[in-house]
Unconditional design. Sequence first.
Length: 130
Amino acid sequence: MKAPASNRHPAGGHFMQHSALKALAFLLPVALAVSGICCGGCSGSRDADHRLNLNRPVVSGREVSVNGGVVAPVRRIQWDWGDGQRDSHRFFPAAHTYEVPGTYTITVTVFDRQGRTSKKSVTAVVGQGK
């Protein structure tokens, strides 16, 4: 059976139905993203938008606690306390005691099941005391 004239290529081949082309156009970016090839609007990084939010640190002497939240499902959270100490698999809130007073940058990284990450930092000024 011959395809309708509107679906025939002038050289004798056949054009795909418009709806089939739309489906392929939708799947192509998805297939490229899954394979790691990026096209338009994709940066190629492993960063994701998990909507990670950090509250201002609460400091009491040398103890600092940080609360926050993440909207997307994550596999784990890693805390870099800025003094060489790291904690993994900790969720919110988290606390850390510093040995030396000073100004520290606390960096929180969340990891999802696809290996993508989101990262945010806050600064804590740790004083004398406890």
